[in-house]
Design a protein around this ligand. Structure first.
Ligand SMILES: Cc1cc2nc3c(=O)[nH]c(=O)nc-3n(C[C@H](O)[C@H](O)[C@H](O)COP(=O)(O)OP(=O)(O)OC[C@H]3O[C@@H](n4cnc5c(N)ncnc54)[C@H](O)[C@@H]3O)c2cc1C
Length: 606
């Protein structure tokens, strides 16, 4: 049986000591309620719910999976009861606006809740998680009447939401969407088409499901410029939200998948289902993009959740499993053998997992502050600036953290040896569940093209310049010129970080120059470039954590071991993970020729 304890000390370290959330909240009168006392109480309560209610359903949910019977989907035993408790506890409404029944707390505090729930049981957490996406879309682009009707129910959790983009012929290339929207005289639309892979598309947790659907109006231009967005409820309602007849959205089947088996992935058939337009005609994809960045941060979080769950369980096992003796002599002579944690190779895997989960969490909690800024922006210029920062960091977070989440899950399985391959221990489930995160919400390859193509080359590196300036300012501020002893200790992080950041700028420029001569370099370099960028971004946050830990060491004597552990992990990261950038730099600069020169007919002689 897997275990999970919410890492409250690590979360509080980030919130209080590294990112100063409470100072940040003071900028916004709307967040006056977000005090340390309230937040501590929320973290404690959430931890109890996750450890006691959600974790016990993680492995049983995988074993049982969802069942499909004649259009109806039943979630695994215990899921509905846990969902009801979640709604009763007011968890869904935590960080949503007060005017539609929310508690008005900052989105950044909601991130801690999502992290704990996602780590305890990702499949379960997807049901309320998808609702957040639908809610954000209605909040940003819906009319007042749509907000009143749909947001209120979604916020209280009595209905859930979905995002219906993918169709059989297209997932990445949404320009190929075929679902049709025919206008009715009363201003509604009849939606007809098939959507596949719809998470939480059908289930037994709530009485209604609100689908946010991409579809084409008659005579819409071809491609992405002709797609509009619609709200389509599973069950029709009146203006007060009283349920009426079925809206002709039927579930054709659910997928039999590699992982996240307790999360229903539905084929949905829309057969003249009545929908309402949300946002302007033909601007559906643009409307979705506002929401997609936040949804992608949510998926990036899956990487951290996976890394944390795998690490916590690997650590317990590595302390208990006995095998041979330490290379430097017996460490536990009273036992028949030493625990595997004494072996450097096992340590390397554990430290890698620890660096990924804590470094990844820092990347997410930094970004959550930007999400607050977007929500609280008072002017278009403020919103645009925050949107641009989020848009730049999102593909890095999404692809880098989900790839590293998978790496951590695999290290976990390896630490368990042959037992890792056996279902009972739960490690193979973590590997299977982690894998989807690199695929949905835009694959790693697509995130990488977005980063290098759209966010770097198309903007002539505008956001990169701003972000690298932020890192270099941090480096300058913490450099050895300072008299303070902990600042001198920081030099072991500051020099390599400054150097890597300067390299990031230079390689970006060199790639831009190469791309002028050969467009294929964008595609051949992009994934390596994204991973290269990710390691530097993570190094920045490990340096910040080390900095905060040195400061706390001087004042907080009670928790010295905690801060020392942060510094030692930062040292590990800089010595054993940041150097991965060297190999990535080499491969990303390589000529695309070796990828493309072999004629596709010659790729196999079968
Ligand atoms: C469990 C699960 C849950 C999902 N949940 C949802 C959901 O709730 N709502 C929803 O709408 N969708 C959902 N999806 C769909 C998911 O977002 C898509 O599967 C994903 O975006 C990839 O699309 P695709 O499967 O069509 O792959 P394709 O687009 O066919 O891509 C195949 C491969 O080609 C690569 N590729 C494609 N185009 C390019 C290019 N131009 N350059 C370089 N490489 C390229 C891709 O990176 C990938 O490796 C879900 C999928 C799964 C499996």
């Amino acid at each position: 049986m897997l275990s999970y304890k919410a890492p409250i000390a690590d979360i509080k370290f980030l919130i209080e000591d590294v990112f100063d959330y409470y100072g940040h909240y003071q900028k916004y009168p709307e967040f006056v309620e977000a005090t340390p006392d309230l937040n501590d109480a929320i973290l404690q309560e959430c931890a109890k719910f996750c450890e006691n209610e959600l974790l016990p359903l993680y492995q049983s949910g995988d074993k049982e999976g969802c069942t499909f019977n004649n259009g109806a989907v039943t979630t695994p035993k215990g899921f509905k009861e846990a969902y009801n408790k979640y709604v009763e506890g007011g968890w869904q409404s935590l960080s949503h606006p007060i005017e539609h029944g929310g508690q008005g707390l900052p989105p950044s505090l909601g991130m801690a809740k999502s992290e704990m729930m996602g780590t305890a049981n990702w499949s379960w957490a997807m049901y309320p998680g998808l609702s957040h996406g639908a809610m954000n879309t209605v909040q940003s682009h819906g009319s007042e009447a749509q907000k009143e009707l749909y947001l209120t129910r979604l916020t209280e959790g009595s209905w859930t939401g979905t995002m219906c983009l993918t169709e059989p012929q297209c997932g990445t290339d949404l320009g190929q969407v075929k679902t049709k929207a025919e206008p009715n005289e009363d201003g509604t639309y009849n939606i007809t088409g098939t959507k596949i892979f719809i998470s939480a598309g059908e289930h037994d947790l709530t009485e209604n499901i609100i689908h946010i659907v991409l579809a084409r109006l008659p005579n819409a231009p071809a491609g992405t410029r002709g797609i509009s967005l619609f709200i389509v409820p599973k069950v029709k309602t009146d203006a007060q939200g009283n349920l009426g007849e079925s809206n002709h959205v039927t579930c054709g089947s659910i997928e039999d998948k590699m992982g996240i088996k307790a999360s229903a992935t539905a084929v949905l058939n829309f057969d003249n289902a009545v929908g309402e337009l949300i946002g302007p005609e033909h601007k559906g994809l643009e409307c979705m993009f506002t929401f997609m960045n936040t949804a992608r941060v949510g998926t990036a979080l899956q990487g951290v959740c996976t890394a944390e769950l795998a690490y916590q369980n690997s650590l317990i096992y590595a302390k208990e499993r006995l095998s041979m003796r330490s290379l430097t002599g017996k460490k536990f002579p009273e036992q028949v053998a030493d625990p595997i944690i004494v072996h450097p190779d096992v340590r390397k895997m554990l430290m890698t997992q620890k660096a990924i989960s804590e470094g990844g969490r820092a990347m997410i909690y930094y970004t959550a502050k930007i999400v607050d800024e977007i929500e609280m922006a008072k002017t278009d210029a403020e919103k645009e600036a925050a949107d641009e920062r989020l848009g730049f960091i999102t593909p890095i977070l999404k692809a880098f953290l989900t790839e590293l989440g998978s790496e951590s899950a695999n290290h976990g399985l390896q630490i368990f040896g042959g037992h890792g391959f056996i279902k009972e221990w739960g490690m193979e489930q973590i590997v299977r569940d982690a894998r989807i995160a690199t695929l949905y919400e835009g694959t790693t390859g697509i995130q990488a093209l977005d980063l290098l193509g759209r966010k770097i080359l198309l903007t002539r590196g505008k956001s990169l310049k701003a972000f690298t300036k932020e890192i270099l300012t941090f480096c300058k501020d913490k450099s050895m010129i300072s008299q303070s002893p902990h600042k001198r200790q920081m030099n072991k992080f500051i020099w390599p970080l400054s150097k890597a950041t300067a390299n990031w700028q230079q390689y970006s420029l060199r790639l831009a120059l190469k791309a002028k001569k050969d467009r294929d370099i964008i595609g051949s370099a992009s994934v390596d470039y994204l991973m290269f960028s990710g390691y530097i971004v993570m190094a920045y946050f490990w340096a910040q954590m080390a900095q905060a830990a040195y400061e706390k060491l001087a004042t907080d004597v009670e928790n010295r071991d905690f801060y020392r552990a942060k510094i030692k992990t930062a040292e590990f990261y800089f010595e054993r993970m940041l150097p991965r950038t060297k190999s990535l730099a080499k491969t990303m600069m390589a000529d695309p020729k070796t990828l493309m020169q072999l004629d596709q007919e010659l790729l196999s002689f079968l």
